[in-house]
Design a protein around this ligand. Structure first.
Ligand code: NAD
Length: 459
């Protein structure tokens, strides 16, 4: 029988399960809106879920049966979009919950996709590269047979336990099946740059986490309320999980944000400076705690011991709904996952657009921008009464004279999207007097309800 709750870390509490907890958060936000009850039911329902099993041959010649899932939560926008996770904890409840979070995330960020999520029930560390390749190819084949993958249908991306290598295998398998489709490359995002990927996608979720936290710290009124000085510089940070999201978030928070990473907790232990080695992952004192591993790690058991002023949810669902209540009660600011880790899907959207346009972002404008910048500098030089010093002019041209590269455009689009969305959520929080998570869900509900209304599908 299927597990009804995610077993990740054995910690997703209550009989509600993970999807039930997401729905509880949804209901709290829905109560603050005046949308029709039927529309609200449609928004929170998970449209399609598949579970399937397939055999693969291990390197030692034995046959193993592998279980896979894909859930498409909402088709209010097409295609649906969401990562593929390789973990032993993957189950139907988790896939439904994560696909629901994807729907809300995309709506909050104005990324025109419905939400989806997939998973394969394996511990990727226990398989060779060749075996992982066979598993990924067969999983993709099964998705294709069931019409759960395609540039206009459902577009996977990396998640826990997967990365660009798996995305390249998915793309290769799909394009072989559907090689007549000119847009086949857009069947998956998070691909290597040489194979249709976009520059900046690998670090996008971590970079988005940085922009989101930086934005939260900018508001003096909010920081004062939580007893912190405004600004990210010098804030102490502890990160749990140093994978794709955690690693890039930590690096960018440190290098570009001037924050102090004082603790890192990984699966096999933790380091904490200045107080030496610590064994407990989440109760280290700091200004900002970033869970970036898996769901259900902050529970009603350990929430009272959290010694952080801000909990920034880089992972999906790291705080259970019971723990969320406890954190709100003790005046901890929670920056919710549905907003904070949406940088990945935002840049995936840019990658998908790049694949559909069959052209690198900035290819047509870069040289033009460069020339324009040069012309402006020469015009300023002509208009000033005293001539620019030649060296100064040269150095100015050098500094501003390069048009935007694809990475510049991607990062700028990401920064703008994260900043805009934070402003919208914060405005809802102020207006309704709710916490950030409820505000983020209200934003998502309003936008999805609005798109249903525009489609006119409800008589
Ligand atoms: P990953 O597999 O690259 O890294 C996860 C890391 O967490 C690994 O290094 C693992 O060893 C560590 N970890 C696992 N259990 C731990 C524990 N109990 N304590 C400490 N460390 C532990 O995965 P990822 O892609 O970085 O994803 C992490 C989270 O972010 C997931 O919740 C995922 O759904 C979410 N997320 C990922 C993306 C993305 O673009 N990859 C986008 C949005 C959200």
């Amino acid at each position: 029988m299927e597990a009804t709750s995610s077993q990740t870390n054995g910690q997703v509490e209550s009989s509600l399960g993970f999807f039930g907890q997401v729905n509880q958060m949804f209901d709290a936000a829905a109560a603050q809106t005046d949308h029709d009850r039927g529309v609200l039911h449609q928004i929170r329902a998970c449209d399609n879920v598949i579970r399937f099993e397939f055999p693969i041959k291990r390197d030692d010649g034995t046959i193993q049966v592998i279980r896979g899932y894909r859930g498409e939560h909402s088709h209010h926008m097409k295609p649906t979009k969401g990562g593929i996770r390789y973990a032993t904890s993957v189950n139907v409840d988790e896939v439904m919950a994560l696909s629901a979070l994807m729907s809300y995330k995309c709506a909050i960020m104005d990324v025109p996709f419905g939400g989806a999520k997939g998973g394969v029930c394996i511990d990727a560390r226990k398989y060779s590269t060749k075996e992982l390749k066979r598993i990924t190819r067969r999983y993709t084949f099964e998705l294709a047979r069931k019409d759960f993958i395609g540039p206009g249908t459902d577009v996977p991306a990396p998640d826990y336990g997967t990365g660009k290598q798996e995305m390249a295998w998915i793309m290769d398998t799909f394009t072989r099946i559907g090689d007549e489709d000119l847009n086949a490359l857009a069947c998956v995002t998070g691909k290597p740059v040489g194979q249709g990927g976009v520059r900046g996608r690998t670090e996008a979720t971590g970079r988005g986490v940085y922009y989101g936290i930086r934005e939260a710290c900018e508001y003096e009124k909010d920081m004062k309320r939580f007893g912190l000085e405004p600004g990210l510089e010098g804030k102490s940070i502890v990160i749990q999980g140093l994978g794709n999201v955690g690693y890039h978030a930590a690096k960018i928070l440190d290098e570009e944000g001037g924050a102090d990473i004082v603790g890192i907790a990984e699966i096999e232990g933790a380091i904490y400076n200045p107080d030496g080695l610590a064994v407990d992952d989440v109760v280290l004192p700091c200004d900002i705690l970033i869970p970036a591993a898996l769901e259900g790690v902050i529970t009603s058991d350990n929430a009272p011991d959290i010694r952080a002023t801000i909990v920034a949810e880089a992972a999906n669902g790291p705080v259970t709904s019971q723990a969320d209540d406890l954190l709100q009660n003790k005046e901890t600011m929670v920056i919710p996952d549905v907003y904070l880790n949406a940088g990945g899907v935002t840049v995936s959207y840019f990658e998908w657009l790049r694949n559909l346009s069959h052209m690198r972002h900035g290819r047509m404008s870069r040289r033009f921008e460069e020339r324009n910048a040069e012309r402006i500098l020469h015009a300023v030089d002509d208009l000033t009464t005293e001539d620019f010093d030649e060296d100064l002019l040269e150095s100015l041209i050098e500094r501003v004279g390069f048009g935007a590269s694809e990475r510049d455009l991607v990062n700028s689009g990401l920064e703008d999207t994260m900043t805009q969305a934070y402003g919208e959520i914060r405005a809802i929080r102020e207006e309704k007097g709710v916490d950030m998570r409820t505000a983020a869900f209200i934003s998502a509900i309003d936008k999805i309800a609005n798109s249903y209304e525009q489609m006119g599908i409800f008589p």
